[in-house]
Design a protein around this ligand. Structure first.
Ligand code: ATP
Length: 235
């Protein structure tokens, strides 16, 4: 069964239409990566799903129609969105950031879940009482991801998680995402500039150019596609 069914006829910002005819599905527990040049519309796909854009069409999580819902109800339906730039709160402590992610759960449950995530990622646990602004880029991305998992989502949206991270940190981060996906069965929709690592953990991929899907296929097929290799894999 599909976790997410996206049938966007048009989407954008007020009169500015960015996406046209963007359709894809992500199966339960599956992973799809969205590739594309700067400004192609990748972020807009995620923002449309989260209820942050004007859109015509349908976006369903399981049987639930999400288009037209305000962002907090999209989150409540089971979507967690890690935005570009991570979106952690620098003035709040690591622990407080996690608790924000669990705000829709009963307090006691959220506290226990925050403790579990800090055990899972000792680098966060060691810094639990410190402001998030003091974390390294990789640690902040880990915090953003752990915070997203605090809501026990069915589907995780990740916008360029590798942005600004060193290659080794990026490799480790994707290995962690891969592990978390397997452990929790959470489906993932990833937007990435770093096609090599993203295609490595996804089953399916689409390429967006000027707001339309121009290539789609299995991730390993796209890795062997000459156009994709030239444009996104630096070959
Ligand atoms: P990047 O990798 O640079 O983030 P992207 O593929 O994610 O690029 P989007 O951020 O989705 O691209 O932007 C797609 C188009 O939408 C761009 O032409 C951009 O100028 C336009 N756009 C983005 N945000 C807005 C906004 N708030 N209002 C109007 N137009 C916008």
């Amino acid at each position: 069964m599909s976790a997410l069914t996206v049938e966007i006829e048009a989407a954008g910002y007020g009169p500015a239409t960015v996406l046209r005819d963007v359709r894809f599905e992500v199966p339960d527990g599956g992973r799809l990566v969205v590739l594309g040049a700067n400004g192609a519309g990748k972020t807009t796909v995620l923002r449309t799903i989260s209820g942050l854009c004007d859109a015509v069409g349908s976006v369903r999580l399981g049987e639930t129609e999400l288009l037209g819902l305000p962002p907090y109800r999209v989150a409540g339906a089971g979507i967690a969105h890690v935005p570009q730039g991570r979106g952690t709160f620098g003035d709040l402590t690591v622990r407080e950031n996690l608790l924000v992610g669990g705000a829709t759960r009963p307090r006691r449950e959220a506290v226990a879940a925050a403790d579990r995530w800090m055990e899972r990622f000792p680098r966060l646990g060691e810094r639990s009482g410190r402001p998030a602004s003091g974390l390294s880029g990789g640690e902040q991305q880990l915090l953003a991801i752990a915070r997203a998992f605090m809501s026990a989502p069915r589907m995780l949206l990740l916008d360029e998680p590798s942005l600004g991270l060193a290659p080794k940190i990026t490799t480790d981060l994707f290995a962690t995402l891969d592990e978390l996906g397997r452990e929790t069965g959470t489906a993932m929709l990833l937007v990435e500039q770093n096609a090599e690592v993203a295609l490595g953990i996804a089953e399916d991929a689409v390429v967006i150019s000027s707001g339309r899907i121009t290539v789609r296929g299995r991730a390993d097929e796209l890795r062997d596609n000459d156009d994709v290799r030239r444009a996104y894999l630096g070959v």
